[in-house]
Design a protein around this ligand. Sequence first.
Ligand code: SF4
Length: 319
Amino acid sequence: MSLNGTSEPVSGLTEKLRKRGAKTVALQFPEGLKRKAAGIAAALREEGFDVIVSGDPCYGACDLSLGLLEYADVLVHFGHAPVDDRPDVICEPYTVGFDIAVLGKAVPLLEGAKTGLVTTVQHAHLVPVMEAFLKAHGIAVRVAGGSGRTPLPGQVLGCSFEAAKIPGTEIILFVGTGHFHPIGIALATGKRVIALDPLAGTVEEVSGGALLRRRFAAIEKAREATTVGIIVSSKSGQNRIGLARRLAGLRGNAVLVMMCEVSPGELLNLGFGAYVNTACPRLAYDDQVRFPVPVLSPPEYEILCGARSWDEYTIDEIP
Ligand code: SF4
C-alpha cells in the first residue's frame, strides 16, 4: 500500500516474523522514521500479528527497546543495521537511493589516488554500484568488508570508522549527508577526506581542524572542574562500564553516573563541574554547545589527566 494509505508494505518482514514463530511484535523507529509506525503497525495487524510500538526516543541500533521483549516475541528495529546479533531482534535498514552519476563530481578530486569508499547505512546497498562507477572512471577504489558494529561493506557509523581504515589508501571518499562522519574519518585515519553529499550534489574536502580547536578549548575549561561525572549509558549498545571505571581511576575527583538519556537539563541538575562521556561518542562532539559544562570524550579526559599526549589525540569510537 502507499505511504498515504493506512498501512505500509511489509511482505518481506512478515516472512521473517513467521519463520521465527512470532505472534506479538514490538516495533522501534528512530526519530526520522517514527511517522511510519502507524502504517506499519496497521499492515502487520492485517497479517495477524499483535503489535506494540516503542514511543521512546531512539537514535541508533545501539539503543534497542529490549524491555518490550517482555511483552513481544520479536523486536523489529527500523532504519539501522545491527550493532550486535540477537535472535529476538530483526533490524530492517531503511535505504535511500540516488542517481549514481552524481559520483562523477568527486572523480576529479580522486584521480591518481588510492581511494577508500565509505558511506552510511542508508546508502550501503549502493556500494557495489558506486565501486563499479568509480573503477569505470579510472579510480583505484577499495571497499572494506563489514565487521563488528558496521556489518555492511563500506559502512561507517558515528561511533565506528573501521571501514575507513583501509591500509594503503591515500584518500577516503565519504558518500552521505552531514559533516560529522567525514570529520570523524579524517581524525580516525589521518587521511584526506572528500565528502560527497549525493542528495544535495555537493562535494568538498573536509578536515578536523575546527573541531580540534573546539575540543582543545573544552579540555582546558574542564581542568578548572573540582568534580567530574563519568557518564555511563544504560542503553544496550552504548554501555562502556569497563572504560568508565578505568577513567574514574585516573583522578580522585571522578564519579560514575549511569544515565539513559544524556540531556543538558540532567547534567545541570547533577551539578558536576565537568563530565566525561562514555555513551554515544557524538554527544560530546555534536552537543557541547547545548551542555552547561565541558563534556569530554574518553581520549580527551586521558589528555587532561596526563595519561595521553595532545599529539595522540584521537576521535572516540566504540569497538
Ligand atoms: S552510539 Fe551513537 S553513533 Fe553509534 S550507533 Fe549509537 S547513536 Fe549512532
